[in-house]
Design a protein around this ligand. Structure first.
Ligand SMILES: Cc1cc2nc3c(=O)[nH]c(=O)nc-3n(C[C@H](O)[C@H](O)[C@H](O)COP(=O)(O)OP(=O)(O)OC[C@H]3O[C@@H](n4cnc5c(N)ncnc54)[C@H](O)[C@@H]3O)c2cc1C
Length: 435
């Protein structure tokens, strides 16, 4: 590839904060609120025009692994108060305890804006972190962003990468892994969609409670309408009467951040979702008024960079139900690997790993290569199998809260996150459980 020399130039320094968080998804918003409530100056930089990441711009109005307490419980309470969220039992059909929450996306955006403002988080949307610079000691000195305001530099004492893709860490030259060992393939991406005009779906075979059985029925309905989906477990969840989430598209072959690959996959995924809705509508009956209301502004990326940390959560930790003295989150979600190769399988599998609830240590949230950089959400330090379990939103939120607490404690002590005594944050960690 030929190269173009971009001349060096001085750019404005927008701000110096105590904690700078890149990415306002489930992990980033929780990290920002947790840190700001401990009295430090927090800047949150988000590429899109809404906080929430997959929860909002990703059109996935659905939280699982709800048992984390803390800010996640508070958020669900705020959604219920606003009449926009409802807890559901039965992520797996045998469960009775509420373990997932479905909600209205637009109210959710406003609730997140309010929670951030009340905590004193300084939010900048429509701004993308596009470079990160380290000093001679390897510490992140500043990040550079691109936006309608041009290029700007932002300094902070502690940085937290919550971009999902590990953009900040990678731009700063930190090491990372990506994809399946051997092939480097990542799990497929999906364009999510919200549907309106659904008929009655609260009775079998389409029950609000059940995830599994209705997928076979939906697949049969799609085939009856003449459509063969790219995902063999097409999924519809009822959020409230007449309003549903659809996840029926898979874009295979992703190997990591690449804007052209993301563009092409988005174009294909959107077209497939429209074809899916048309196929169902053609069946008439309960489907006759079905409409495609919205599609995700950002294609859903399940898997991307896993930044090297001081500890790497691994397959063995899941199997043995690992415990750590610096545990910040207990995860019970299964290994959920969406098909990597459509020629072999277009569904999901667990690769033979049975998860015993396991802990994630704070060390997996601290970058190995930059002492003042933390990660939270799906880009923490872990292997391919562990990532396929801890990446879900409830865990991402809990990891974000823990990172925010540790970053604030580091600022207060004037040290890097790895030097914070664990006792500084232990009592505030909501989902830490005794062994
Ligand atoms: C299609 C799909 C379906 C899923 N289904 C479920 C499910 O049913 N339940 C569940 O709990 N989980 C589900 N997951 C997993 C879960 O949504 C993610 O793993 C979760 O979003 C992780 O949260 P996060 O905060 O790490 O990342 P994200 O939600 O991806 O948030 C990252 C944020 O960072 C921003 N950002 C990215 N790059 C930059 C940058 N350079 N500068 C500034 N901002 C940036 C993004 O705009 C985004 O707001 C699903 C994921 C996908 C893709």
């Amino acid at each position: 590839m030929s190269s173009f020399h971009e001349p060096a130039r001085d750019i404005p320094e927008a701000e110096t904060s105590d904690v700078l968080i890149a990415g306002g998804g489930p992990a980033g918003i929780m990290a920002a609120i947790a840190a700001a409530r401990r009295g430090v100056r927090v800047r949150l930089i988000e590429a899109h025009g809404a906080l929430g990441g997959i929860w909002t711009t990703g059109c996935l109005p659905h939280i699982i692994e709800l048992d984390k307490g803390g800010l996640l419980a508070e958020l669900v309470g705020r959604l219920e108060e606003a009449g926009a969220g409802s807890r559901q039992a039965g992520h797996v059909p045998t469960d009775d305890a509420p373990c997932r929450c479905d909600y209205d996306v637009e109210t959710f955006k406003v609730v997140l804006d309010k929670m951030a403002a009340e905590a004193g988080v300084a939010v900048r949307m429509y701004t993308r972190v596009s470079a990160a610079y380290r000093d001679a000691g390897g510490r992140i000195e500043a990040v550079v962003t691109d936006s309608k305001s041009g290029r700007e530099a932002w300094r902070a004492r502690v940085f937290i990468d919550c971009t999902g893709d590990g953009d900040l860490a990678a731009q700063g030259g930190c090491g990372f892994d990506i994809g399946q060992p051997g092939t480097g393939l990542c799990q497929p991406m999906s364009v999510m969609a919200l549907l309106a005009g659904a008929g009655r779906f609260d009775e079998p075979p389409f029950s609000i409670r059940e995830w599994g059985p209705n997928k076979d029925w939906i697949l049969a309905e799609l085939r009856r309408g003449g459509h063969e989906p790219s995902y063999s477990r097409p999924t519809l969840f009822l959020v409230r009467n007449g309003y549903m989430i659809m996840m029926a598209n898979h874009e295979y072959g992703y190997r990591g951040p690449d804007a052209q690959v993301l563009t092409d996959a988005t174009i294909r995924g959107r077209a497939e979702n429209l074809a899916t809705v048309r196929a169902l509508r053609s069946l008439g009956g309960r489907w006759q008024n079905l409409d495609l209301l919205a599609q995700s502004a950002q294609i859903g990326v399940r898997e991307s960079r896993r930044i090297h940390g001081l500890y790497r959560v691994n397959r063995d930790d899941l199997v043995r139900g690992a415990r750590f003295p610096d545990a910040v989150c207990r995860v019970s979600f299964c290994v959920d690997i969406h098909a990597l190769d459509p020629a072999r399988n277009m569904g999901i599998d667990s690769s033979g790993v049975t998860v015993k609830p396991y802990d994630i240590p704070l060390r997996a949230l601290i970058a190995r290569d930059a002492p003042n950089l933390m990660m939270a959400g799906r880009c923490i330090s872990g292997d391919f199998f562990a990532h396929a379990s801890y990446r879900v939103t409830g865990d991402a939120a809990a990891l974000g809260e823990a990172a925010g607490l540790a970053a604030a404690a580091a600022v207060r002590r004037g040290v890097d996150p790895c030097a914070v005594p664990f006792s500084d944050i232990a009592q505030d960690l909501p989902c830490r459980r005794e062994p």
